[in-house]
Design a protein around this ligand. Structure first.
Ligand SMILES: NC(=O)c1ccc[n+]([C@@H]2O[C@H](COP(=O)([O-])OP(=O)(O)OC[C@H]3O[C@@H](n4cnc5c(N)ncnc54)[C@H](O)[C@@H]3O)[C@@H](O)[C@H]2O)c1
Length: 383
């Protein structure tokens, strides 16, 4: 059996996503499971080259995981012949510049979302990558979560009949940083540093809605900065200039209405940090990150509105759990494996830069809707 090593720059590896989800839970996990096996029996073996700004942190991560390749010099890393892939998990604002450099160096590119800060830049990256003939990918991890995989199975199996609506609830309380440290980096709350919940979450909602239900035709969105002042990692008070909540309605193909609340200022009274309720003529489902419950038309109760009496039914108990029926691996890892197969063996991979640009476009138009106070149509983006 042949083993083929593939050099992968992991830029931003000292960050939350770069370290935990991409290095540890994906690339190193792939090595622990013996590499990615291709149809011809070849094993693809990722060789991470850690890139970042802080030498001490990089050395420490490398030593912790028995890795030897790390540098603070991106240009030097991109010049290496044994590196075929550039991966970016830096703060969003640094991404475009680094990706352009990687395209010029002729590397294949995989990146965290959002691909860029605005649609024009994202589309330009997609075109430049195409022209350079490099293979691109953007993280769309939610598609690979067990709860959403089960939901997709229901859609594909025709469980819902005609889908009418989708209601999504995402969020949790992000501490302000004063009496308890915040659990998310402070740049997320500063617009000038690329923060904001619309830019962060709408790229996710875009691919979830389009892959499961249909193309997004229009968006209406109200945003808020509910908590105007927060405390950063150094204990300094700063003005929160970015939106920290977004209340949006998306109109999809087939007349489906999707309404999604995203907020870092809600306390969770749900089973999971994100949940989608889908209602169709034949049945309904509620899917979270891991679980998915259904209620079919035939077993739907007939409640009668009477606020004078206490509820007589245990509504939650009337739903049935969708079984796993398969083993679910970490979503980031599953997408990495698909991307590596795409790069090495040319297998299809549809979550490319153009797909990423569509997510950026929805965020941009959501913000425009909030600014202008109206409904905004979403034109189809082409390469
Ligand atoms: N797919 C997902 O579910 C998901 C979740 C969270 C974040 N993200 C994305 O991942 C990216 C990183 O987010 P994170 O939460 O890991 O952030 P983080 O602040 O924890 O990490 C950011 C990384 O960027 C590096 N960096 C490079 N230049 C920088 C600069 N000028 N200022 C600050 N840091 C700089 C940092 O050193 C660090 O390694 C973002 O683009 C974000 O949108 C994706």
């Amino acid at each position: 059996m042949t083993r083929r090593s593939i050099g992968i720059i992991v830029n931003g590896v000292t960050g939350r996503m770069g370290y935990r989800q991409h290095l540890v839970r994906s690339l190193l996990a792939i090595r622990e499971s013996g590499g990615v096996t291709l149809a011809d029996g070849t094993t693809v073996w990722p060789e991470p080259v850690l890139v970042g700004r802080n030498e001490t942190k990089l050395r420490e991560i490398a030593e912790r995981h028995g890795l030897t390749e790390w540098t603070t010099d991106l240009t030097a890393a991109l010049a290496r012949d044994d590196v075929q892939i550039y991966f970016d998990a830096q703060v969003t604002q640094q991404r475009e510049k680094a990706i352009r450099q990687a395209i010029e160096a002729g590397k294949h590119i995989y990146t965290e979302k959002p691909l860029a800060e605005d649609t024009a830049a994202a589309l330009d990256l997609a075109r430049a990558a195409d022209a350079a003939g490099v293979r691109t990918g953007v993280v769309q991890d939610k598609l690979f979560l067990p709860g959403l995989r089960k939901l997709k199975r229901l859609v594909d199996g025709g469980f819902f009949g005609r889908i009418l609506s989708v209601r999504g609830e995402f969020g949790y309380w992000v501490f302000e940083g004063d009496w308890q440290p915040a659990q998310r980096p402070s740049w997320n709350y500063r617009a000038e540093d690329g923060g904001g919940i619309v830019v962060d979450m709408f790229p996710h909602w875009h691919y979830v809605l389009e892959e499961l239900f249909g193309r997004v035709r229009a968006v209406s969105c109200v945003t808020a900065t509910h908590v105007p002042e927060r405390v950063d990692e150094a204990g300094q008070v700063y003005p929160a200039t970015a939106d920290d909540a977004a209340y949006a309605v998306f109109e999809l193909d087939g007349g489906i209405i999707a309404q999604i609340n995203s907020s870092w200022n809600v306390r969770v009274y749900r089973d999971e940090l994100v949940e989608f309720q889908v209602d169709g003529t034949e049945g309904s489902a509620v899917a979270g990150l891991r679980n998915c419950r259904v209620q079919h038309r035939a077993v739907t109760p007939k409640p009668v509105w009477n606020p004078d009496l206490p509820a007589t039914e245990d509504f939650r108990a009337q739903w049935a759990e969708v079984p796993d029926n398969e083993e679910f691996d970490n979503g980031f890892k599953v997408q990495w494996e698909a991307y590596l197969r795409h790069v090495v063996a040319g297998e299809p991979f549809r979550w490319d830069f153009l797909a990423g640009a569509r997510g950026v476009q929805l965020a941009e138009l959501g913000l425009r809707s909030a600014r202008e106070g109206g409904r905004v149509e979403v034109p189809e983006l082409r390469s």
